[in-house]
Every structure is written in C-alpha cells, then in structure tokens.
Design a protein around this ligand. Structure first.
Ligand SMILES: Cc1cc2nc3c(=O)[nH]c(=O)nc-3n(C[C@H](O)[C@H](O)[C@H](O)COP(=O)(O)O)c2cc1C
Length: 545
C-alpha cells in the first residue's frame, strides 16, 4: 500500500471516521508495560535518596552541549527518567493509571525503548542491549555481546537508544488510523530523549543508515522464539547519544557490530499484552510499505543548516528566571479543557514559535533532514496579535510552493519582524478551529491552535515511502516542543490527533497531496480536573509541582 493511499483511507471525515472497531473492548485492553521474563534486571533507581537535583535552566535544553558527559549507568538512568519515565500516577473511582514524561495518543504508549552500551561499572563487564521498563525504572538484558565490538563501533557515542512501536496498543482503540499515532508518539519520544540527553551534556542524533532489518536485529524484534504469541514490535529508529561530532562510524551499522550482537547471549521472553487481538491488515501493509531501507548520503543534520530565529525579544520580556528544566519536563501534561478567557502575551507566543524553528541544539540536532512541516495557526487570544489564520513556514525555501498550493485568496502579510510569521486571514477562527479538530473544544478555548502542514508528496519523492514515518516524527518533535514551551509559559498544551483532514485542507485551499495536515495542537490556560488523585511517578521521588 502506498503511504498516500494509507493516508487517504485513514482520514477522518465528518460523516465517516477512519475504520476502527467502533467500541472499546476493555477485556482486551493492552497492558501499558512490557517485560522480558527471564531477563537479568539492572535497577536504575538512584542508590541515594533523591533530593532536588541541581537547577538546570529550561532554556539550556535547546542549546548545543558543551563537551559530552560519560556513559555511566547513572547518566543513562537520568536521561531515560526525564525522557520516558513516569511523571505521575493518577487515580479516580478505583482506576489507577500512569502518566509519562512523553505524551501518547490515548495514553496508550506504543513506543518501547532499548539501550545499547559498552561495559558499565556496577552493571556488566561486557556490552549489552537492554529493554527499558519505565514502570520499574529498570533495564532488562536482552543480549550480552562482545565489548570489543562495541568499542570498535561506538566512536563518540556513550550509548544508543533504539525505538520500536507496538501497533496493537494504539490499534486497540483507534483501528486503522493508529499507525499515524504510533509515529506521532515516536516523534515525541525522540524529542524527549534528545532534550533529556542535554541534562547530561550529551547530544542525541538519529542514525539514518540503520534499516528496519538492522534495528530489528539490534533489539531482537526479529527473534520469533523470544516473542511466541506476544505482540511483535515494529523497529523505528536508532539514536546515538554522546558527542555528536563523533558519530560518523555509527551512521550505518557495521556488519561486525551486528554479527557480535547476533552471536551474543540472548535472554528474556516478551510478555503478551492482550488476551485477544483484532487484526488491522492496513496497518501491517503500511508498515511493510514504509519499512526503512536505511540511507546514506543524506544532506546532514537539520541543526547545521537553518539558524533559529532570534529570541532576544522574548527573553527580554520573560517574567523572571528560566524555570528548572526537570520540573518542566515532569510537570508536562495534556490539558483536557481550557478556560476560554485567558490570553497569552505576544512576546511569549513569538518565543514559543521561535523554539519550533530548527536551531543548532536539541531537539532539532536529532533529526537529519531539513524541516518539512509548517505551522498553520488559528490565533484566538494572543495580546498584540490580531485573531486570525497565520502561517509559520519552518523553511523559507518552501514559501513559494506553499503559496502555490494554498489555493485560497489569502493576505500573505508579514506579521512579525523577528519570525517568518505570515498573516493569511483576519477574524475569529474559533468555530472553524474546533470543527476541523473533530469538534473538540480544546481547539477553540485555548489561546491558539495549530495544524502542522507537511511538504508531503515532494518529501516522499525525495526519500521514498519510508519517509512517511519521518514526517510524523517531525510533527511529534514539534508537538513536544510546544508542550514544554506551554508548560514553561505557565500555560498547557494538548496534542490533537483527531481531526477532519480534508476540512483543514479546504480551509487552506489545499486540493492535492503536495501538502497534507499531519497533526494538530492547542495551547491555553488549563482547567484541571480536581477529582483526580495524583501520586509521584516513582515512590522514591517527591511529587512534581
Ligand atoms: C499524538 C497524540 C494525539 C493526541 N490526540 C488527542 C486528541 O485528539 N484529543 C485530546 O484531548 N488529547 C489528545 N492527546 C493527548 C493524550 O490524550 C495525552 O497525551 C495522554 O492522555 C497522556 O496524558 P499526558 O499528556 O497528560 O501525559 C494526544 C496526544 C498525542 C501524543
């Protein structure tokens, strides 16, 4: 199935949603946490009681690292904790569920993470591939392999993180459209990992030369005997974490490295997540069609190419010191409702948008392609910015093509002197914004909402069908930045995966596949649900504010 065909068949229409079972079968709800039974376990729980870690300015998360810290077990533990760990436990009327640092469509968390390291003091004398268990904050050993093979391959990498998706976790609720949500979630996880690596003064970069088959061999997703009737995992991407300038040797997997892993000593059997499962052949087909062949000769990491827009104006107007990065990471939540009245300071809005533009630091340094997504913004309540429809092109080279593809008669007026922000139309966009986002009130009651518009057909022509996934990953990275920016501004964000695709296109005058909307987002002042009880993510940590 061509990605464009999957994309079209999984569009939501007002009178016809994408195919799903249409009801929630609670008996088959997938378990949110996977374990590998029989695998030796390494706890990442800090040995000493956790007091307050040292202050780390939130803004520094976006800066390039200075030097590069070591790949100790503690560094791995901290960076996983602040990327993919638990942020809170919530309970209501006898139900209890975990929230994580990274968000997920429906809180279903299809993404699994694996860490690859050399020998670790206090953990193992040899190299290993480990599954991360966020519920216990533990590593489960999948394979112990020859430490020399790691040393020969690692270069400047302190460790690798490989990500996979369990499609069934999302398909259980969302049916055919779930493949999209798995990709969004991966993008959020990539950004979360890149930003948490900054806390350890490390860079994280996606390695473009790793094919689906190589990633599968790395994490053992291809090992039938370890899965039995457990849900399989779809390999997605590998990130190297360390000194970014020393990753050259890892760009593609060295045959000797993969050989050492294949010959290593494997442990653990994947747990089954649901008793019953429904098949969604369209997801299997699009996964096959978008399998990554691995690629060399790409143009270079985003970071080196496009400078971030100046932030001076926003920094000058910020009300007090930068908040603590870890606090912001742990308090990130999705708003379930906005108050419909609060407005956002104009300079804050500009600062948030500036952070969605690629720059030399995290999370953009993690991505190897130039920006493919542009933001169409419905501005509702931002001081000094007239309500209306705006466009933030994230790559100036795309502007002529955006103008050509947006068939409607728009203003194309410069709307800001420090950002490439363009006013397309004036007026109250709350009703249309809510309507296109599956009639969800969050899209109207916040300060602004966003539709992320992908340079679709051209990007797929350039990099092939597997790049369909990368487009969603970029959307997820933008979403993660907006979540954190909202939180740092004292507001809150919500990712919006449910939208009527072609209604958004109609509003912009898009009539073909040159550009397609991939993800929506809303930011505003949240109205909290006071009925929920909140406990800390881990018992050894105090509750985040
Ligand atoms: C890709 C994606 C799509 C989402 N779509 C919606 C949506 O359409 N409506 C909504 O209210 N929340 C949506 N959410 C928010 C999730 O429900 C939320 O992330 C999840 O419940 C976990 O809660 P947390 O973000 O507070 O950790 C989405 C989140 C993601 C990552």
């Amino acid at each position: 199935m061509r990605p464009a065909d999957y994309h079209d068949r999984t569009k939501h229409h007002v009178n016809r949603l994408a195919r799903s079972s249409g009801y929630l079968d609670w008996a088959s709800q997938p378990a949110p946490f996977r374990a590998y039974t029989g695998a030796p376990v390494t706890s990442l729980v800090p040995r000493a009681p956790v007091h307050s870690p040292p202050y780390f300015a939130y803004g520094q998360l976006f800066d390039p690292p200075d030097g590069g810290g070591p790949g100790t077990a503690a560094a791995i533990g901290n960076s996983l904790r602040y990327a993919l760990g638990l942020s809170a436990w919530k309970s209501f009327r006898g139900s209890r569920w975990a929230l994580r640092v990274n968000p997920s469509s429906g809180n279903l968390h299809p993404t699994e993470a694996y860490v690859v390291t050399g020998p670790l003091i206090g953990v193992a004398a040899t190299a290993g591939v480990y599954h991360y268990a966020p519920d216990r904050h533990e590593l489960e050993l999948r394979v112990a392999f020859d430490a020399d093979a790691w040393r020969a391959a690692a270069g400047g990498a302190a460790w690798l993180v490989a990500l996979t998706s369990i499609h069934w976790r999302e398909a259980w609720k969302y049916g055919e459209r779930a493949f999209r949500y798995c990709q969004h979630d991966l993008g959020h996880a990539v950004a979360a990992l890149a930003m948490a690596a900054r806390l350890e003064d490390l860079d994280a970069r996606m390695l473009p030369g790793w094919s689906r088959a190589a990633i599968g061999a790395l994490v053992g997703a291809d090992r039938d005997s370890d899965f039995g009737d457990a849900e399989r995992e779809e390999p997605a991407c590998v990130l190297a974490v360390g000194r970014g300038d020393g990753f050259g040797g890892l760009w593609s997997p060295a045959p000797r490295f993969l050989d050492a892993i294949a010959r290593g000593s494997w442990t653990g059997h994947a747990t089954r997540l649901s008793g019953e499962r429904l098949d969604w052949p369209a997801i299997d087909e699009v996964a096959e069609a978008t399998a990554d062949p691995g690629r060399g000769g790409v143009e270079g990491y985003l970071a080196g190419r496009t400078p971030r827009a100046p932030r001076e104006r926003a920094d000058a107007t910020s009300d007090g010191p930068d908040p603590d990065a870890r606090t912001v990471l742990l308090q990130r939540r999705s708003a379930v409702a906005f108050d419909g009245t609060t407005s956002l300071a104009g300079a804050r809005f500009v600062a948030m948008l500036a952070r969605t533009l690629p720059g030399p630091g995290a999370p953009w340094s993690a991505l190897w392609w130039t920006p493919r997504l542009h933001l169409a913004l419905f501005v509702h309540r931002v001081d000094g910015i007239e309500p209306g429809l705006y466009l933030l092109p994230r790559d100036r080279d795309a502007v002529p093509r955006l103008r050509e593809a947006f068939g409607n008669d728009f203003l194309w007026e410069v709307a800001d002197d420090s950002l490439p922000l363009v006013r397309l139309a004036r007026g109250d966009g709350r009703r249309i914004s809510q309507h296109v986002s599956c009639d969800q009130a969050i899209a109207a009651d916040g300060c602004f909402s966003v539709a992320m518009i992908a340079d679709f057909a051209r990007s797929l022509d350039e990099y092939g069908p597997s790049f369909y996934r990368h487009l969603f990953w970029e959307a997820g990275v933008i979403g993660q930045v907006l979540y954190l920016e909202a939180e740092a501004a004292g507001a809150r964000g919500t990712g919006i995966g449910c939208f009527f695709d072609d209604l958004v296109h109609d509003r912009l005058g898009i009539t073909d596949h040159r550009f397609q909307s991939l993800y929506h987002f809303a930011v505003g002042r949240p109205v909290d649900d006071a009925r929920l009880t909140t406990e800390p993510g881990y018992p050894w940590e105090p509750l985040a504010p």
